[in-house]
Design a protein around this ligand. Structure first.
Ligand code: UD1
Length: 420
């Protein structure tokens, strides 16, 4: 099993390039099912989740041509066919359920396994199914397999989401683009990754308005064509490097970012007295000040992202005084608290709040990445701790951070991969 050995580093300084957003790339790959020809996707982050999504597409006959050096994927759907989505691959990533909407739109039926829960919460799919039903689909769930069928085709309608779920918004948009008539989705998610998906679909000929607002309108079209699309920068990868720069008292320039997408993160850092400079598509962080305690409540975009909560917890663990994190999106997203505790952090959990009492120093320990962002938080903590930390289960980290070890070495971080 591969592990990272991480140690406090003398000076963290330099520039880091951000990749395309994983959470934009996954739905866009799924949406390529809707094209009647070739699509070219640029700035692809070749992460394990992205590779699994490509395998899911290949399993239904789609030709995928990856150019890792150019960060590009060419997709050709001319040989696509419909069959039960491969269970072995579905169970590997939750985002596999994003195939349901486009397959339903293209073939009028889909058969797919329940994606299941994960470490951070139960993650039901009721809102996705509510949307498909409203569009006229019948749903049958038996032995963990979901059969979705729209014999007479999907028909546009009004759909209200009880919660602005990112995945449900994406799946319902993809199901609606080829439906008869107009679909309105209210109380939908407004994440930048959804806007990117809409831009991709519109450049293939879809007619979608309202991306980035709480109401999206989709006028059904009969077919979608070829297009080229460049994925937006990954705001969570960028945010992780900003927090890492602050926590390690370093100086990092994070390149190729969209500053607007990172407002919740940079505002919090500024509130903590971290020096941040934003110019065009670069954000610089200087971790030289004495930081202040703040409280955080995770919210749907444009609120503070749940995917940045663990990284901030590592930073807060070393700031004198008390900080509180209130997690409102996922019911079990505090697995990293125990691991940070092993490193000497003083954190208590009460309900969906974590109370972090800053300590003078944390110490290197044997810990495990319990999920993707928890793993990033442990790297940050390890780079601030006295002594060596051994981080296990790093495959979680590689689901969302491309080449993280090399990127961090380039800015002076003591990080090494071992295999034992
Ligand atoms: C996406 C992101 C993930 C991020 C999350 C919230 C991708 C591939 N993943 O996940 O990194 O942490 O958004 O920003 O883009 N819910 C229901 N019923 C549903 C769907 C969701 O109750 O049908 C609940 C979930 O259990 C969760 C909340 O809604 O408590 C948010 O989930 P959702 O926005 O759907 O997240 P994902 O799309 O799974």
């Amino acid at each position: 099993m591969e592990k990272f050995l991480v140690e406090k580093s003398r000076k963290i300084k330099g520039t880091i390039n951000v990749e395309g957003a994983k959470n934009a790339c996954l739905p866009i790959l799924a949406a390529s099912i809707l094209s009647n020809g070739k699509t070219i996707i640029k700035r692809v982050p070749f992460l394990s989740d992205v590779n699994i999504m490509c395998s899911l597409l290949q399993d239904i006959g789609i030709d995928i041509n990856k150019n890792i050096k150019d960060k590009t994927i060419e997709i050709d759907t001319k040989n696509i066919f419909n069959k039960e989505v491969c269970y072995e691959l579905v169970k590997k990533i939750r985002a596999s359920f994003l195939l349901a909407g486009p397959l339903l739109a293209r073939f009028g039926k889909v058969s797919i396994q329940m994606p299941g829960g994960c470490a951070i919460g139960v993650r039901p799919i009721d809102l996705h199914l509510k949307g498909f039903k409203a569009l006229g689909a019948n749903i049958n769930q038996k032995h963990g397999i979901i059969e979705i069928d729209a014999k007479d085709g999907l028909v546009g309608t009004e759909i209200y989401l009880d919660f602005p779920s990112v995945g449900a918004t994406e799946n319902i948009i993809m199901a609606s683009v080829l439906a008869k008539g107009e679909t309105t989705i209210s109380n939908c998610a407004t994440e930048p990754e959804i806007v990117d998906l809409i831009d991709f679909l519109n450049s293939m000929g879809a007619k979608i308005e309202g991306g980035g607002t709480e109401t999206i309108k989709i006028k059904g079209v009969t077919s979608l064509n070829n297009c080229q699309h460049t994925i937006i920068p990954d705001r969570i990868e960028a945010g992780t490097f900003l927090v890492l720069g602050a926590a390690t008292k370093g100086e990092i320039s994070v390149l190729n970012v969209n500053c607007e997408h990172l407002k919740a993160v940079t505002s919090k850092l500024k509130e903590m007295n971290v020096e941040i400079e934003e110019k065009d598509n670069i954000i610089r962080v200087f971790g030289k000040n004495i930081f202040k305690n703040v409280d955080i409540k995770t919210m749907p975009y444009p609120g503070f992202p749940t995917d940045m909560q663990p990284q901030f917890m590592s930073l807060m663990s070393t700031i004198n005084g008390t900080s509180i994190i209130n997690e409102t999106i996922f019911e079990n997203r505090f697995m990293h608290v125990c691991e940070l505790g092993l490193m000497g952090a003083n954190i208590k959990v009460e309900g969906n709040s974590a109370i972090i009492n800053g300590v003078d120093k944390i110490t290197g320990s044997k810990v495990k990445a319990t999920d993707l962002r928890a793993g990033a938080a442990l790297i940050i903590a390890g780079l601030c701790a006295e002594g060596v930390s051994e981080i296990g289960d790093i495959y979680h980290i590689e689901r969302g951070y491309y080449n993280i070890e090399e990127k961090l070495k380039q800015i002076g971080a003591n990080i090494k991969r071992i295999d034992n």
